[in-house]
Design a binder for this molecule. Structure first.
Ligand code: PAF
Length: 324
């Protein structure tokens, strides 16, 4: 059922003006940052935001700053029209969709040739080939942006190892969004557990006056964690990818039944995913706060995994809340 149509704002100054006008009327603002191609996971973040603030802003922006030239920026799915339809169906609706063209374009009125999903990154020919993989699509195109926010220790492990520019790109664009939208509350999905913890730490360390909420993972009926990238899985790959959630649940039950040795638990998951035909990027059991790897479960941990099925890299995790 179609409901309220959100206002679409593309200009950052107009976005800030809207927020300030609303705040001067005493309204509170919740921000749900997204890269579009919305699914039930995003919708659940919006519903959670509704419980906390008067107004909701959803940002839809595929951030080239968090992709390296070898990653999947150009194939990242998008369907802006479909996203708006989905947002209109959310109970209570959404007040604004912030959909900027390019958050790294500082040349007033002079287009840089980068479209919204940055799809020309891989073909730009600007970057030095040997540096590919450690620069982002923003630097590769020589845009002159040189300020990055880094959460130095938390960004090092797990996704940070295989995606070296990812977290500084996320922290930077989220900082930009916070400065533009000036929300009271910001929502993040716990599927991106490391990202959520990094944003929490950044907000604490840099004194942002924003409450960061982590919201539970939303899964499809078969248990696969919802992700915009799932659309790239063939039916067969999708079936194989269920080994992730199944083996994580198996490891959690084993832990609850007394198996607290992390090497054994990791082996359970690695073997299950490998034999389903997946390729493990990492499978780590880490402390929920510090994200440091643990050898034996003695306090709340989270089992985080990233694995490739064909050309699709999926991440998932499960919190294990036993303490010795
Ligand atoms: O989780 C995402 O979709 C993105 O990393 C985010 C937080 C919107 C920043 O681009």
């Amino acid at each position: 059922m179609a409901g309220k149509e959100p206002e679409i704002i593309t200009d950052k100054n107009q976005m800030r003006k809207w927020s300030r006008a609303m705040r001067s009327q005493g309204k509170t603002i919740g921000l749900v940052p997204t890269m579009g191609y919305l699914h039930e996971g995003h919708i659940s973040l919006i519903k959670e935001a509704h419980k906390r603030t008067n107004l909701i802003v959803v940002s839809v922006y595929v951030n080239p700053g968090q992709f390296s030239p070898t990653e999947d920026l150009s194939t990242y799915p998008s369907d802006f029209h479909g996203d708006i339809q989905k947002l209109m169906a959310v109970p209570g609706g959404v007040d604004v969709v912030f959909h900027p063209h390019n958050l790294y374009d500082y040349a007033e009125g002079k287009p840089t040739g980068i479209n919204n999903n940055g799809s020309n990154c891989e073909n730009s020919g600007v970057g030095e080939p040997e540096r590919k993989g450690v620069v982002s699509c923003v630097e590769e195109r020589g845009l002159g942006h040189e300020t990055w926010v880094r959460v130095e220790r938390l960004e090092k492990g797990m996704c940070g190892k295989s995606r070296p520019v990812f977290f500084r790109g996320v922290a930077t664009v989220v900082t930009k969004l916070f400065n533009i939208v000036e929300p009271d509350v910001a929502m993040f999905g716990k599927k991106d557990y490391q990202q959520w913890r990094i944003i929490q730490r950044m907000v604490r360390d840099l004194d942002f006056s924003i409450e960061v909420i982590g919201s539970d993972i939303v899964r499809d009926g078969d248990g696969l964690a919802m992700s915009s990238r799932n659309v790239h899985l063939s039916l067969e790959q999708r079936e194989k990818a269920l080994s992730i959630n199944r083996s994580l649940s198996g490891a959690k039950s084993a832990a609850e039944n007394g198996q607290v040795n992390c090497r054994e638990l990791r082996n359970l998951v690695i073997q299950a995913v490998n034999s389903a035909g997946g390729r493990i990027d990492y499978a780590e059991i880490v402390d929920q706060e510090t994200l440091e790897a643990v050898e034996e479960i003695q306090s709340p941990v989270v089992f985080c995994i990233a694995a490739w099925f064909g050309k699709v890299r999926l991440i998932d995790n499960l919190e294990i809340n036993i303490s010795k």
